[in-house]
Design a protein around this ligand. Structure first.
Ligand code: MN
Length: 232
């Protein structure tokens, strides 16, 4: 049967060497996965099971190397926050994946920003309501090019940082993830059948803060390059 209108093109993230692009299936995100960040959000950083939320695939905005994304300040917020995160790209589908085999399902990694309407998130939390309007809005997931595991390995103990207007805001190490990448993949795959094309934002370290129009955000992860965005 004919489509009533042309389907929305699939969002994709380029591979860093420019050889191909990674078509996005879904975007999963882990909440409060660094103890210091859990504390700054007023939560208990104990090792309770990880929790997840999703963003639509078309919330991803690929940011080419060396370019600055012009990121519009979103509607309906007066407290727009940055969260720099290690992003896992799933290259092989599976469900009930074991921790031991989890890394076999990872194609590569990237630096991403889980942009957040913090005021709405607080309101939703307060009312025990879903987080979508605070987390899953348009352009809420800027992402730098992907680095295949074959080239970058598994960044399990590397620096992760973010600056606003050249000033340090977030600086930590992926070794401080409460739930490691293999644990996160294994856990998530018990609830969803992971597919090639899935992205997992693994959570942000402490130091999240508000940005305003005119601010420039730059985030990076050792071995995975940087991502830059200007709020307009
Ligand atoms: Mn996050």
């Amino acid at each position: 049967m004919n489509n009533l209108f042309p389907p929305t093109p699939v969002s994709a993230v380029p591979v860093a060497d420019g050889s191909a692009q990674f078509p996005i299936h879904r975007i999963y995100c882990v909440g409060r996965n660094y103890a210091e960040h859990a504390r700054e959000m007023g939560a208990d950083p104990s090792r309770e099971p990880p929790f997840f939320f999703c963003k639509p695939a078309d919330a991803a905005v690929p940011v080419p190397v060396g370019q600055t994304l012009q990121l519009p300040y979103p509607s309906q917020t007066a407290n727009f926050h940055h969260e720099v995160e290690l992003v896992v790209a799933i290259g092989k589908s599976g469900s009930d994946i074991t921790v031991e085999r989890a890394l076999d399902h990872v194609y590569g990694y990237a630096v991403g920003l889980d942009m957040t309407r913090r005021d709405l998130q607080a309101k939703m939390c307060e009312g025990r309501l879903p987080w979508e309007i605070s987390k899953a809005f348009d352009r809420s997931a800027p992402i730098a090019p992907l680095h295949p595991v074959a080239q970058c390995g598994h960044p399990s103990k590397v620096g992760i940082w973010l600056q606003v207007n050249g000033k340090d805001k977030q600086r930590s190490n992926t070794e401080h993830l409460i739930w490691s990448v293999p644990e996160t993949v294994a856990h998530l795959s018990r609830f969803f059948e992971l597919q090639a094309g899935d992205l997992i934002f693994t959570g942000t370290p402490a130091g999240v803060s508000a940005v305003l129009r005119g601010d420039t955000i730059e985030g990076g992860i050792d071995g995975l390059g940087t991502i830059k965005a200007k709020i307009v």
